[in-house]
Ligand binder design. Structure first.
Ligand code: NAP
Length: 324
């Protein structure tokens, strides 16, 4: 049979994808890559043997390894899916086994520090393109991943100037096939944007949940019982992985402090308006905020269904389910 007459055989984009870290993001990449047939094989490593065993059992990886170095050996796409602070040390560990022509990327929630820490360990002939899928949940571990996580969400790539254009394009197509829209951005700009859209909201959620926990005149059980007044939506965000978020704030310090300063000024303005009974100011600020929510829905980044499309609570729990 000639090549021309041979039936079309689907060629996966990559022979061997190595996932270093197989938690929510690593396992979701695997599910989405398998859905789109993007890899001949997917291998991985994690910190603990239990995670590797679970990932093998769930079919997330075809081969599991005890070390990042063994997993990365011979892969043509290596994806660091570990907490931000580990990307530099792991890049150093795997550097000697990275295959010429391979693409090295990551999914970390901060980009400036990762580019700074990883780039020095990237051997000549290997293409490093940092990345961040703007998609997630408050859950962790290999069982929490699912193929649809990236559908319709953005993935930001932050290649340094001079990075091989074909490698950037290949990674862009990879993320598109995982379901994402892709945008290219400078690492520092990414960190500023994410400081306000993700990092500060998490900080506020962690803080308000702790503030409520330390109140003396309202009991913990009252906070939980009446949480549908708004508090419970903060508890979802505040349930996110503490190691991941510790690393985000340690590594995006300047941008977060800048946004926190602005947030504190705006909070003081609200405090003044409440103290002086300035209803016009409160009404204007709340109206402006409401229009942002409409923009998020119009951009397809959330559901227009009331209460995030939650089904009504069962009858026994109904008394606390009214919006305050
Ligand atoms: P996760 O579910 O907690 O998974 C983290 C994975 O990293 C686990 O498999 C863990 O192994 C592994 N790991 C930890 N230390 C390691 C080491 N020294 N060597 C190899 N593997 C190691 O976390 P995730 O939510 O997937 O987050 C991973 C990255 O994605 C983070 O950089 C985060 O900033 C970024 N991100 C997260 C979200 C989100 O919403 N969660 C969204 C976008 C980007 P064990 O299970 O054995 O401990």
């Amino acid at each position: 049979m000639t090549a021309a007459s041979a039936p079309h055989v689907h060629q996966p984009m990559f022979e061997r994808i190595a996932l270093i870290g197989i938690g929510l993001i690593g396992s979701s990449i695997s599910h989405a890559a398998r859905r789109a047939g993007l890899a001949k094989s997917i291998v991985g490593s994690a910190r603990t043997p239990a995670t590797v065993a679970t990932a093998l059992k769930l079919g997330i990886i075809d081969e599991g390894y005890a070390s990042a170095r063994e997993a990365a050996d011979g892969a043509d796409l290596v994806i660091l899916c570990v907490p931000v602070g580990l990307c530099g040390p792991i890049a150093k560990e795997i550097s000697p086994v990275l295959k010429p022509g391979a693409i090295l990327t990551d999914v970390g929630s901060v980009k400036g520090s990762i580019v700074r820490d990883v780039a020095p360990h990237v051997p000549a002939g290997v293409h490093f393109v940092a990345g961040h899928p703007i998609a997630g949940t408050e859950q962790s571990g290999p069982e929490s991943g699912f193929a649809e996580l990236f559908d319709g969400r953005w993935c930001i790539l932050t290649p340094e100037a001079g990075t091989d254009a074909a490698a950037v394009e290949k990674l862009k197509v990879f993320w598109q096939k995982l379901g994402s829209n892709v945008e290219i951005m400078a690492p520092d700009h990414h960190d500023l944007v994410l400081a306000i859209t993700s990092h500060l909201p998490h900080l506020i959620a962690f803080n308000i949940v702790n503030t409520a926990a330390h109140l003396e005149r309202v009991t913990d059980s009252e906070v939980i019982k009446f949480s549908a007044g708004g508090f419970r939506d903060f508890t979802r965000i505040a349930a996110s992985d503490p190691v991941m978020w510790r690393d985000v704030f340690l590594n995006n310090k300047d941008a977060v402090l800048e946004m926190l300063g602005r947030f504190s000024e705006d909070l003081i303005a609200l405090q003044r308006a409440i103290r002086f009974g300035d209803g016009d100011t409160l009404h204007k600020l709340f109206s402006d905020a409401r229009s942002i929510r409409r923009g998020v829905i119009q951009a397809g980044q959330d559901t227009p269904a009331p209460n995030f499309g939650r089904t009504p609570a069962p009858a026994t729990a109904k008394s606390g389910d009214e919006k305050a």
